[in-house]
Design a binder for this molecule. Structure first.
Ligand code: ACM
Ligand code: ZN
Length: 732
């Protein structure tokens, strides 16, 4: 007996701390008991929960190696896991009550969705190995006793996958649904159509996929699409996992793939090709011709046969009206309707589509541009620009889902550390902490509109991934398939978004999340989900006797920190960090998190600081002797994407920081997507003394997603031994 007692207590010691669940449950308390899963445990399930019982068995069987007996019943039994629906268990549809005690595990959900969420919490309470698809021997499947009452703060916890620019095979979509389910995310928005590809089989219009689903010629041809059978499989797979799949059939812009397949849908009716490069086409669906609406009506008819969601996303973003302005059909429509602006034609388009889908009982969702325009029926605005659009949208009676670019655009990299994934650069990095700082509720929103804020939504755009080549440059990933990159962009950030959408803001802190998150990387490893390994956390850097003492902490449980003190990048074989390290110069120190020899983080390091230049704006580039020529002028190129972020006048200034020679500057030019848009030509220089060293650049053609580069003609006046930095600031 004593032996068993010891063994049991060891087992529960080794098991997972209850407080590690993400998203953090609303209420939980430990009860000092514990439950041991054995092959004799039965799964008892209430009416209509047979599929969830099968799901639970399928979740527990591979790693344990046991095939659990399932039995329908309404009562909890000893040595069982009970699944039941009880509307009193939680006031919220997605809510549940979970109890783990010495005898049994009880999961009661308000609905089957609640039961599913309770199962996810249970899996997170188990040892990480439970996520493995291979049998794990020598694991004690012991779960600490606990009682949890839990429900989400928001009904909409979503993510968008752009399957148009990069075609993800069905299996990746299923994999993403599993990743979502682990964190109780419940809306998958498929961006099925864009300029670069049409991905949904429509039987009445086969060219949408045979032409619109592929780009390139011969062996360069790439692409693909989902058959209607594929979609049915994805939708059913998602439904079992409490994920609603919302298709996006975008109007009127981002539609070149459809126009390439059926040119009569455009204003010009010219022949088009599905583009090989990312750009936002100015060719829209023609709003003047009735045939456009007949086409869309047919497309929606087939789409709604496949997607049971009550929502249809119709895009609506980034329409430029050049073609409508020149099209006789569109101009005739504008005149007949008495409109003065093309923007009114877009409202007309949206309203007609809204009426078309209303017959099917569907509500339209659209990017926030759609909300500006006074629709008659209630819609859902997906807000990406700023909260003002959400405030006016809710006032006009619409619901909103918050997908703000500063927190939710997961196609943007987490950092600017050299070696970081080359993803979208038109926005500053979005770190895990920045995602966690997101609050879907709009500050100051009147109480009466708060229930119209449905939740939060991340976007995984794939326009930067059109070209496979860009993907081969992340050393720590050692992987060149886009799918791996999308895991890297998704995890751990989706876990942070999930908590933001689930746990009431006042119940959560970053520090507590970071500690729980540390235990989840092992779960990703077990499940085979890719992720970005976070750098070590800097605890302190204190100056002691002329040296810096650097204290670090790993934010990945079970990982090592390895470091160098000679300015060379650490690797999985560098010295292991065991205690604070002292260095003379901060710039000599670098450290990485090492999960295993093939998986490690980018370095934590201390970049040169430019505090005294702060008033000149953001750092754009640094020059040193290797980047410039002495005596002769030559081009020095800088990436300003993300730094030029709206129209306005920008001041670009050059500042010398060291070396034997001054930098002479002759001219500065700005390029948007490779095309020169402005310049400032005058002589200036910077050394100990600087003169005329700032350049004024007028930007009036800003466009989201566009790449901005700046080229300056410079030289070191008598040689190349010159160092310095370039800053940019938008003038108010
Ligand atoms: C968007 O990023 N164009 C919605
Ligand atoms: Zn037209």
């Amino acid at each position: 007996m004593l032996m068993i007692g010891l063994f049991m207590s060891f087992g529960s010691f080794a098991s997972v701390r209850t407080s590690n669940v993400i998203p953090k449950p609303v209420k939980s308390r430990t009860n000092g008991q514990s439950f041991k899963l054995t092959e004799h445990v039965k799964i008892i399930y209430g009416e209509n929960l047979g599929e969830l019982a099968d799901y639970l068995t399928a979740s527990l069987s591979p790693a344990t190696g046991w095939d659990f007996q399932e039995q329908q019943g309404e009562n909890v039994q000893k040595s069982s896991i009970f699944l039941g629906v009880d509307t009193l268990s939680s006031p919220h549809k997605d809510g549940y009550h979970l109890e783990v005690n010495n005898k049994s595990i009880i999961i009661k959900g308000h609905s089957s969705a609640g039961v599913f969420n309770g199962i996810q919490t249970l899996l997170q309470l188990m040892p990480a190995e439970i996520y493995n698809k291979q049998r794990q021997r020598d694991v004690e499947w012991v779960i600490d006793g606990i009682e949890i009452d839990d429900a989400p703060a928001y009904p909409w916890r979503g993510i968008m996958l752009d399957v148009s620019r990069y075609f993800f095979e069905k299996d990746y979509v299923l994999h993403l649904i599993d990743m979502m389910a682990m964190y109780k995310m419940n809306v998958l928005h498929l961006h099925l159509i864009d300029d670069a590809g049409w991905r949904l089989e429509i039987k009445k219009y086969p060219q949408l996929t045979s032409i619109g689903g592929f780009r390139g010629e011969g062996h360069e041809r790439t692409g693909g699409y989902y058959t209607q059978e594929d979609i049915k499989e994805m939708v059913a797979y998602a439904a079992l996992r409490n994920v609603e799949v919302i298709p996006e059939i975008e109007i009127p812009a981002h539609t070149l793939a459809a126009i390439a397949a059926y040119p009569h849908l455009s204003c010009t009716e010219k022949e088009f090709k599905v583009p090989l490069q990312h750009f936002i086409s100015r060719d829209l669906y023609c709003v003047g011709k009735e045939s456009t609406f007949e086409f869309l009506n047919d497309v929606f008819d087939e789409t709604f046969q496949l997607f049971p969601s009550r929502y249809i996303h119709i895009g609506g973003d980034e329409a430029k009206y050049d073609r409508w302005k020149e099209c006789p059909h569109c101009q005739k429509r504008k005149k007949e309707l008495g409109f003065s602006k093309e923007a009114e034609l877009q409202v007309y388009f949206t309203k007609r589509v809204q009426a078309m889908v209303k017959k099917h009982g569907k509500t339209i969702v659209g990017w926030d541009e759609m909300l500006e325009k006074g629709l008659e029926d209630k819609a859902v605005g997906m807000v990406w620009h700023n909260t003002e659009k959400a405030i006016s949208g809710t006032r006009d009676g619409h619901d909103v889902v918050m997908a703000l670019t500063g927190h939710c655009y997961f196609d943007v990299a987490e950092s600017k550390i050299p070696g970081e994934v080359k993803a979208a650069t038109w926005l500053p990095p979005i770190s895990l902490k920045k995602v966690y700082a997101f609050n879907p509720m709009i500050e100051g929103l009147d109480e009466k509109y708060r229930s119209q804020v449905l939740g939060g939504h991340a976007t995984l755009w794939s326009d930067q991934f059109i070209h496979g080549a860009i993907l081969q440059e992340i050393a720590p990933l050692n992987e060149n398939r886009s799918e791996k990159y999308f895991d890297y962009l998704t995890f751990p950030r989706m876990a942070a978004l999930a908590e933001v959408c689930w746990t009431p803001n006042e119940n959560k802190t970053w520090e507590d999340f970071e500690k729980r998150m540390a235990t989840h990387y092992a779960r990703f490893d077990q499940a085979g989900y890719g992720y970005r390994v976070p750098q070590p956390k800097l605890v302190s850097k204190d100056k002691k006797g002329g040296q810096y003492e650097i204290k670090l902490e790993s934010v990945v449980e079970g990982a090592e920190i390895r470091y160098t003190t000679d300015g060379i990048w650490p690797n999985a074989y560098s010295p292991i960090y065991t205690k604070p390290v002292c260095v003379d110069k901060l710039s000599d120190f670098m450290a990485i998190t090492v999960v295993n020899r093939n998986q490690y983080s980018l370095p934590l390091y201390f970049p040169h600081r430019y505090d005294k230049f702060k008033k000149y704006g953001q750092l754009v580039a640094e020059w040193n002797p290797s980047k410039i020529k002495g005596k002769t002028f030559d081009w020095f190129e800088m990436n300003a994407t993300g730094k030029i972020d709206q129209n306005g006048t920008y001041e670009l200034s050059f500042w010398f920081t060291g070396g034997a020679y001054r930098l002479d500057i002759e001219s500065v030019e700005v390029f948007k997507n490779g095309k020169k848009i402005t310049e400032d030509v005058h002589l200036g220089f910077t050394s100990g003394k600087s003169e005329d060293n700032s350049y004024l650049l007028e930007i009036d053609e800003y466009e989201t997603g566009a790449a901005f580069t700046i080229k300056a003609k410079v030289r070191g006046d008598k040689g190349n031994d010159s160092n310095g930095a370039v800053f940019i600031k938008r003038k108010e």
